[in-house]
Design a protein around this ligand. Structure first.
Ligand code: GDP
Ligand code: CO
Length: 435
């Protein structure tokens, strides 16, 4: 892959948010390929070899959240995920009157006869997973009935724990309702490229899709951003500006469902429920590590946190879920920004006015409390979580080496060796990678 270096970077304490990076070549060849002498001077482009991407993918789990989606779509998505990644399907599909989860399992069994992939599926409501959460001291995502709550975020949180127990160093998310397997393939390549170039162990990459095809007056129109995104991005940028004193448009991926991060970062951030989880990544990282409020982890503060945003080349086409869905997603995004201790009063007012104007709240109505917050996964006793899953159908995949793992409630406890192999890598701002 050949990617331009980020042109701009906004800093918020140790948090770096890089501008959107454009992809110039989806495949930039093998490691040993000779570079033309001229090319060495073009330091605005980074070449990431095929092997380097693969190295990252061997250490990456791709989580596919699914809730009552068409099986044909799922099949395409699975076909698009690069071979080296471990795939974790986390389902919250209906069990009755039609058992959609069973259909998913059957389909997966059938597909696995043709595809050769490391893949497993778990149901979000499986009693075994709820028990594991209880045993591990992470009951926050359980409801009154003792089941894991519904919601995309809750599924993602569960699968982050599973990916850790599989010994993975990176975790990426791909929605199951994507119509283009080629786009799925591209997103994972971009995750890998960004995480490969990251200099901090605490990094995240988010996809800013290039365009979204729509039918407008019976011809195809390629819209640049989704409806909810524009508002979320604007308000996130205003939040940044209110601290830095400079206007900015740096954040273009406030609602990015397509994102990946290092496991070290995934374990060290708090989460929020449902569809607010994606904008909350930005908010929470700024809250926890931005330096305005006390920070819980010295190592994260020292290394810094890097956000990358990559503009994909494939158009983004997913299932249309209707106006109500987009509205509630947008309102939840606004709610997590509004509720942040970082959010200044004047921005709170702007958020309310924006919601009134768009009819997402009634004039004069206060911000309702609909979003839940979940503490970082450093709270999970991973040993106990793993023990509780000894009889799970996917137990064979949970092969992280936990021999040095020690659980110290609430503190950072990554006993797993984190490979600090990034030191030799070039600074994306300065050098062309020659590998
Ligand atoms: P959008 O693409 O962000 O507008 O939202 P979608 O409704 O398409 O949801 C994104 C992905 O999350 C899709 O693959 C859904 O099937 C999946 N999803 C939605 N709700 C849940 C849930 O409660 N649990 C799980 N595991 N997945 C969910
Ligand atoms: Co979707």
């Amino acid at each position: 892959m050949r990617i331009e270096i980020p042109r701009e970077v906004e800093r918020f304490g140790p948090v770096q948010i890089h501008d959107v990076q454009k992809v110039w070549e989806l495949d930039a060849g093998l490691k040993l390929k000779e570079l033309e002498p001229k090319e060495k001077e073009r330091r605005v482009i980074t070449r990431i070899s095929y092997e380097s991407l693969q190295d990252i993918q061997e250490q990456m789990a791709i989580v596919v959240p699914i809730k009552d989606e068409k099986i044909k779509l799922l099949e395409g998505v699975l076909a698009g995920i690069p071979h080296e990644c471990l795939v974790i399907l986390v389902s919250n599909s209906k069990r009755e009157p039609v058992d959609r989860y069973k259909i998913e399992m059957d389909a997966l069994n059938h597909m696995s006869k043709f595809m050769k992939k490391d893949i497993f599926i778990a149901h979000q409501k499986a009693p075994l997973l709820a028990q594991a959460c209880k045993d591990a001291g992470y009951e926050y995502i359980l409801d009154d009935k003792g089941e894991v709550r519904s919601g995309k975020a809750e599924g993602m949180i569960l699968s982050t724990i599973l990916a850790y127990l599989c010994g993975k160093k990176y975790i990426g998310f791909i929605d199951s309702d994507n119509y283009f397997p080629g786009a799925v393939y591209e997103y994972v390549q971009e995750y890998s490229a960004a995480l490969y170039s990251a200099k901090s162990d605490y990094s995240m990459v988010r996809i800013a899709w290039h365009s979204k095809p729509k039918i407008v007056e019976s011809s195809l129109f390629f819209a640049k951003r989704g409806r909810a995104s524009e508002h979320t991005n604007k308000v996130l940028n205003m939040l940044m500006s209110s601290y830095t004193g400079y206007g900015t448009e740096i954040i273009k991926t406030g609602n990015a469902g397509e994102h990946a991060m290092s496991m070290d970062l995934a374990l060290n951030i708090d989460y929020s429920s449902g569809y607010s989880i994606e904008p909350y990544h930005y908010i929470n990282v700024l809250e926890r590590f931005g330096g305005v409020i006390d920070s819980p982890s010295a190592d994260v503060m020292k290394q810094g946190i890097q956000f990358f945003q990559i503009e994909s080349r494939n158009p983004h086409l997913h299932e249309v879920k209707g106006d109500e869905h987009v509205k509630s997603m947008s309102r939840e995004a606004m709610e997590v920004i509004y509720r942040s201790p970082l959010c200044p009063d004047h921005l709170k007012q702007e958020i309310l006015i924006d919601l009134y104007n768009r009819g997402l709240l009634k004039e004069g109505e206060e911000m309702p409390e609909t979003v839940r917050y979940y503490p970082a996964l450093t709270k999970v006793n991973m040993l106990k979580f793993k023990q509780a899953l000894a009889k799970a159908s996917f137990a064979e995949f949970l092969k992280a080496d936990l021999s040095k793992y020690k659980h110290k409630n609430g503190k950072k406890k990554l006993a797993r060796e984190t490979v600090k192999s990034k030191d030799h890598l070039p600074d994306p701002h300065e050098q062309l990678e020659i590998k």
